[in-house]
Design a protein around this ligand. Structure first.
Ligand SMILES: *Cc1c(COP(=O)(O)O)cnc(C)c1O
Length: 380
């Protein structure tokens, strides 16, 4: 599931992933929510950073509960996990996927009564109990059964005899807005639904929910983006350690004069003598076109605005703020790092850190730092 390593000489950009920071973020969340436990969401290839590398580092940091979105993701990440870890599929199972899921010891999230009945039938056919997670919809109207459906299930002996419900979960729609009144309303509905399965653990909080009061943590929290360094909410400074650094190589520099245009559509026009640097990353590398004439890169602490549109494989920067000759072909400029956080770039692009992370392309030279030995061996 991890990317094939592109040699640095042959890449237009380099992506450094700090597995030590990832592990630190897990440990700080685990400490924050204790005595509740922290799971890790490693869907979408570990939010773009490499699911098996991320999962191995998180397991090394003590994580034993993992979530992905699809069964295919679960099968790809399973080998990176210790034998005592549980791995669950948030989106549940399409009809027919029950057997491969059961055979692999992966736990489905049952989002509907139909999914629950098929899982029960699979347990019956196999002749042994099959644990599952029940998701109830507490107000987001995306996934999960209604409280009434969950009540039906809890009262159905043909289900409860074959399917031990290990966890009842729901998902918050507005956890990144701590004051939003929907949070408390969803929590109340969740508590009522979870009471139907008194033996099951309870889980409601994503990254945003981790930073809500302890009354939102229940037995297990399910952070994703905060582990990978994204801001968990819209409040103040981001408490998480940055996990990625992204730099792009300067391919060419030139000087242009008043009236000269830059890039497709000539959407940037120089008003005077202007120096332009072209860097070797573009929207095919996950840098959104919305950064055109809005975003920036950084060099030696100087902000270099994006001039013109973002191309597929390159971006043009106005480097006039630098001394002449300070930047040349072969140099590297920062796109995400100490001067420009992941969330800064996302804001400039009009999107969220999640979309930047999961869009990171497959052409970068990727390096993993501070991984445990097991994680290192699994790379490449
Ligand atoms: C993606 C997801 C999470 C993780 O969300 P973050 O906001 O990234 O922390 C948790 N629970 C469910 C159901 C999800 O789909």
């Amino acid at each position: 599931m991890d990317d094939i390593d592109t040699p640095l000489l042959m890449a237009g950009g380099r992506l450094e992933i700090d597995l030590g920071a990832l592990a630190d973020n897990f440990r700080s969340i685990a400490a924050r929510v204790a005595p509740a436990r922290a799971a890790a969401v490693v869907k979408a290839n570990g939010y773009g950073l490499g699911a098996t590398r991320a999962a191995a580092a998180l397991a090394e940091a003590g994580c034993r509960d993992f979530f992905v979105a699809h069964l295919a993701e679960a099968l790809a990440v399973r080998a990176a996990l210790p034998g005592d870890a549980t791995l669950a599929v948030l989106n549940g199972l399409p009809s027919g996927a029950e057997r491969p899921c059961a055979d692999a010891g992966i736990v489905p999230v049952l989002n509907s009564v139909e999914q629950a009945m098929r899982w029960r039938d699979t347990a019956a056919a196999l002749g042994h109990a099959l644990p599952a997670i029940v998701q109830v919809d507490s107000g987001m109207s995306r996934l999960g059964m209604t409280v009434e459906e969950a009540a039906m299930l809890a009262a159905d002996a043909s289900f409860t005899a074959r399917v031990p419900v290990t966890l009842v979960m729901s998902h918050l729609a507005c956890a990144d807005t701590p004051d939003h009144p929907a949070n408390a309303a969803q929590r109340d509905r969740f508590i009522a639904a979870a009471a139907l399965f008194p033996q099951a653990r309870r889980s409601l909080a994503n990254s945003g929910g981790v930073f809500l009061p302890a009354a939102y943590h229940f037995d297990l929290v399910r952070p994703g983006v905060a582990l990978y360094g994204g801001a968990p909410n819209d409040r103040g400074a981001n408490p998480m350690r940055p996990v990625i650094r992204l730099d792009a190589r300067v391919i060419q520099c030139r000087s242009i004069g008043a009236g000269d245009g830059v890039g497709y559509g000539l959407s940037f026009a120089a008003t005077g003598e202007t120096r332009i640097a072209t860097i070797g990353v573009g929207y095919a590398d996950g840098l959104p076109r919305t950064l055109g004439n809005r975003g920036a890169a950084w060099f030696n602490g100087v902000r270099l605005p994006i001039a013109g549109r973002v191309s597929m494989d390159s971006i043009t920067l106005d480097i006039s703020a630098l001394p002449d000759g300070a930047l040349a072909a072969g140099d590297w400029v920062e796109l995400i790092g100490p001067h420009q956080a992941l969330d800064d770039l996302a804001r400039d692009a009009g999107t969220i850190s999640y979309e930047i992370l999961t869009s990171l392309g497959h052409r970068y030279h990727r390096t993993y730092r501070n991984g445990d030995l097991k994680g290192q061996a699994e790379g490449a």
